[in-house]
Design a protein around this ligand. Structure first.
Ligand code: EPZ
Length: 467
């Protein structure tokens, strides 16, 4: 047994209880600044595609083999949720090596493990497959990143439109099909193109009696990937990727073999890594059309972005190393195909190192700003007014220098690592376990490109926080 980090953990081992999960340990990254990156980075499968597709395996009467599921705390949590419902989940050996097999033939309506559900918002997605296949569900309200209220009213109103009786009971939702054991198709207008609500209703409607029409549906590539998976399982889904999705319910779904699309947010994060360090990186696999808004903004700042193959890109900011630097730019986050909110923190870090003042508007989540105060600790000159942020570039006072900072969510944590690579001196990023939720081998990939990031776990725990 390896030496535990602190007495508290040692005592824990002696009493034979499980050691604390990585998420319970405050993980710290020590990031060296002033680095130049180079080389090629392999992009993992999309977290936000893998999570709904894992939930969708509950719709199926037999096994599915899914390739390129990223090995993350969030996908591991989803696998635990599936197991708690009676599904068999076999995780592939080795990184990026194999297929994740999920066999939900013996799964039941649950309820799912509330502890695992609380670790990620995506766990709540299972309410759709459970209602669709079993006609009943009892699911705890979602956890996940603290970037806003993140209600589920659209999920619940949509399920009611499919003939479900839905009740909120303290911290969980209890639902069942009003007529017998099956939902009934219906038409539902989403007053906001919610990704999760669209995905949940697509899964529920796939096994409902009749036709469902979702109006103002989310158009994200991950929604389309889920529709592809459901269709491969025998569902009849049309219009995914547009704002009108039609689903003709079928009696049952079978398993399939499937490969997850590349993670456009991870790719965008590495595009910022190249830009913020005035470097050149290539990356694959990517789907360039998923990154149109990102390519547009980085090109406007002075980066050179080249499609070097059907599924590969090269991003160069080398010129800015020997010139005045990149130009700032304004952006507003929007539902796809607009600028992705999941790249807002990373791009805000980049804007601190550009020239000029830039205006950022976060229109998707009402409080996705936890990284702002942390960037200020590194010397950034940023002013926030509700959802609008004025970012002053390096010629307006933002000169980044290393300091201790705290990651509060997945993307904010990644932004702090990127800023630390550009800062002068060393930056300590606490709360790095948040980053592990959303990026596969993030530190190893950056170090393989020339970054210098060291990890250490300060087990800032007391027995009370473990027991
Ligand atoms: C998905 O979250 C992603 N997560 C998020 O990525 C992403 O930021 C978000 O879509 C937007 O693209 C996964 O796919 C697992 P929404 P989701 O429902 O489905 C409001 C990351 O870092 N809303 O589209 O939760 C909501 O409050 C994560 O990878 C309601 O009002 O996002 C928010 O303001 C973070 N009522 C807006 O819609 C509802 O019932 C967008 O939420 C549902 C949502």
């Amino acid at each position: 047994m390896s030496a535990p980090f602190q007495a508290g953990v040692a005592v824990h081992h002696r009493c034979g209880l499980h050691p604390p999960s990585p998420a319970a340990l405050e993980q710290k990254l020590v990031v060296s600044g002033g680095v130049a990156l180079s080389g090629h980075v392999r992009i993992s499968g999309a977290k936000n595609s893998a999570l709904p597709i894992l939930a969708a395996t509950l719709c199926c009467d037999d096994a599915s083999a899914i390739s390129r599921v990223p090995d993350l705390l969030d996908t591991r949590s989803m696998a635990a949720v599936l197991r708690s419902l009676g599904a068999r989940v076999e995780w592939p050996e080795g990184a990026d090596g194999g297929e994740l097999v999920v066999d939900a033939s013996a799964a039941g309506a649950g309820p799912p493990c509330s502890n695992e559900l609380g670790k990620t918002r995506a766990g709540f997605l299972v309410i759709g497959p459970l209602l669709g296949r079993f006609g009943e569900a009892e699911v705890g309200l979602p956890g996940g990143c603290n970037i806003g209220a993140r209600p589920v009213d659209l999920y619940l109103r949509g399920l009611r439109a499919l003939g479900a009786v839905v009740e909120m009971k303290q911290d969980k939702v209890v639902a069942y099909a009003a007529k017998g054991k099956r939902l009934t198709g219906g038409t539902f207008y989403l007053n906001y193109p919610s990704v999760g609500a669209t995905e949940t209703l697509m899964m529920a409607a796939s096994l409902a009696d009749g036709v469902t029409v979702l109006l103002n549906a989310a158009k994200e590539p991950e929604v389309s990937d889920l529709a592809e998976f459901l269709t491969a399982c025998g569902a009849r889904v049309h219009g995914a990727g547009t704002s009108i999705v039609t689903i003709k319910g079928v009696s049952k779904l079978h398993g399939t073999e499937f490969t997850i699309i590349p993670d456009r947010i991870e790719a965008g994060t590495f595009m910022v890594a190249a830009s913020i360090t005035c470097s050149k990186l290539s990356m694959s696999p990517v789907i360039p059309r998923h990154l149109t808004s990102v390519i547009d903004k980085l090109s406007a700042s002075g980066c050179t972005i080249t499609q070097t193959g059907r599924c590969s890109l090269e991003v160069s900011a080398l010129k800015s190393r020997h010139s005045a630097g990149l130009r700032g730019f304004d952006f507003k986050t929007c539902p796809y195909p607009g600028f992705p909110t999941d790249l807002q923190p990373q791009f805000m870090a980049l804007l601190c190192t550009c020239n000029g003042s830039s205006l950022v508007e976060e229109s998707v989540f009402e409080s996705r700003m936890t990284h702002v105060e942390e960037l200020k600790k590194l010397g950034a000159k940023i002013h926030v007014c509700s959802r609008h942020v004025l970012v002053n570039g390096k010629d307006r006072g933002s000169l980044l220098f290393g300091a201790p900072v705290m990651a509060h969510d997945i993307r904010g944590g990644a932004a702090l690592v990127l800023a630390g690579m550009a800062a002068e001196g060393t930056t300590e990023v606490l709360g790095a376990q948040h980053i592990e939720r959303g990026y596969e081998n993030f530190v190893a990939k950056l170090n393989s490109l020339g970054a210098s990031i060291r990890r250490n776990q300060d087990a800032q725990l007391t027995l009370s926080s473990i027991m």
